[in-house]
Design a protein around this ligand. Structure first.
Ligand SMILES: OCc1cccc(Br)n1
Length: 452
């Protein structure tokens, strides 16, 4: 149904007839951005519905922040890619602003702003559009939506048996719950888990100053993405000795906790933390989903402890999600430090994964009723019928023009209407309307007040 777009309307003179040729605008969205026409919007809403449901099940509250932030929020000097690709500009008030590339700094800003009025621990989630300005050399997207979950105020309580990493374990449990809801299992994806304390302990052996820590992490995060010689060169440039670099790269290739213990010794916090986390994973029932992998550092400078990332076991896709502990972020903004951990989960890779696995849901427009007046002078009655049904919570597609029945049936099929309600003179004389159940073809007349 529906007339073909862009022409065929009588009466209005198109501009070109009046003022000469009108240059057609570029109808595509800006480079690197997407429209969400109905079919894509249904898939996005389906995905976000599962993000929200899991957040609800875990007792998290939804928050949001402006997509536009002060540029200063994202200026970190650790050489992060997210900094190089900041979508920043000067506004009409000569302020340096940026489209947020991530949500965590906004969370930190709001927590500092709210200060003592917040009771800890707090568990917040957000689903927000994030931006980057990447030279379109690689034709990649410049925006995506990210689901974030953060727990603030739960420290890595270090008791006799090492830190209780229940907050990190809880966050991974929420991601596992999400994957299960959409049909993804541990045979499809896993989590690589490590701690930045592994790096810290190695760097301390070589008395590398703390302020280099973030930079070294960012360089190491580029492993697999740039050649190892480039990694070594960049590490060298930060002042690390050849020996320190060799030891670092050797430790980063470790994939078992036992091996790590042999190298680092059992005294350090890294080992205790990771052992704790793996035993908590057992309690949550997702041991099969996680594995230790010392090479995971994540590409954000502010992580200080456990870090993790979701990966597809076929190795075809980029990281699906990632997160970790960031106990010092608030103090870098001049706030009091609040222990924190969280993750980000983008809306793009997970859809590629679902396509790979044949798990994309079939989503279509479903309408309960299509209501149609058979005569033009019954259009008002049709509106009354539609309102009655809508007040009962039943959706109605009200036919808005005088269309032949053939057209109405075609549209009813396209919008998957359950019932066709016809308002005709003969029946209306008796206060009745005709109901046609489209699946069965069953047809009957009914008084308007009995319609439900
Ligand atoms: O995950 C990096 C990132 C940040 C902002 C926008 C896009 Br697309 N990607």
């Amino acid at each position: 149904g529906g007339s073909s777009v862009g022409g065929g309307r009588s009466g209005a003179l198109s501009p070109s007839l009046v003022t000469g040729e009108v240059q057609r605008i570029d109808v595509n969205p800006p480079k690197g951005t997407r429209d969400f026409p109905p079919e894509d919007m249904r898939l996005r809403n389906w995905l976000f519905h599962h993000f929200r449901e899991v957040s609800r099940l875990f007792g998290f509250e939804e928050v949001d922040y402006p997509v536009l932030e002060s540029e200063a929020l994202f200026i970190r000097k650790a050489g992060e890619e997210i900094r190089d690709q900041l979508y920043c500009f000067e506004d009409r008030g000569n302020r340096r602003v940026a489209l947020r590339p991530e949500l965590t700094p906004s969370l930190a800003r709001l927590v500092i702003q709210k200060g003592k009025s917040l009771s800890l621990p707090l568990k917040w989630f957000a689903i927000g559009q994030c931006w980057r300005y990447e030279r379109m050399t690689r034709g990649r997207r410049r925006e995506h939506y990210q689901w974030n979950m953060d727990i603030l105020g739960v420290p890595e309580v270090t008791d006799i048996s090492g830190s209780i990493l229940i907050a990190e374990a809880e966050l991974m449990a929420s991601i596992v719950a999400f994957f299960k809801r959409i049909g993804i299992t541990e045979s499809d994806v896993g989590f690589k888990v490590s701690s930045r304390k592994v790096l810290q302990e190695v760097l301390r052996c070589y008395s590398v100053p703390e302020n280099l820590f973030g930079k070294v992490c960012i360089i190491i995060d580029k492993m697999e993405k740039i050649p190892i010689d480039e990694i070594k060169r960049e590490l060298n440039a930060t002042g690390l000795s050849e020996e320190a670099i060799e030891e670092l790269l050797q430790v980063l290739s470790i994939k078992s906790l036992t091996k790590l213990e042999e190298i680092l010794g059992g005294a350090g916090e890294a080992i205790a933390d990771l052992k704790q986390l793996f035993s908590l994973a057992e309690k949550f029932g997702y041991s099969e989903w996680i594995q230790f992998d010392a090479s995971v550092v994540r590409g954000l400078a502010y992580y200080t402890g456990i870090v993790f990332e979701g990966f597809d076991r076929d190795g075809k896709l980029r990281a699906i999600c990632g997160g970790g502990r960031y106990d010092r972020l608030l103090s870098t903004f001049g706030g009091d430090d609040v222990p924190a951990c969280g993750f980000g989960f983008g809306d793009a890779v997970v859809i590629e994964l679902l396509k790979e696995k044949g798990l994309l849901p079939e989503l279509s427009l479903e309408v309960d009723n299509i209501v149609c007046a058979l005569d033009h002078d019954l259009q008002g009655v049709a509106a009354t019928v539609a309102t009655k049904l809508r007040d009962k919570g039943l959706s109605v597609d009200l036919v808005l023009e005088n269309k032949p029945l053939k057209w109405v049936f075609k549209r009813a099929a396209r919008i998957k209407a359950q019932r066709l309600i016809l308002v005709g003179n003969t029946e209306w004389q008796k206060g009745m309307v005709v109901v046609k159940v489209l699946s069965s073809g069953e047809q009957y007349e009914i008084k308007l007040d009995e319609l439900e």
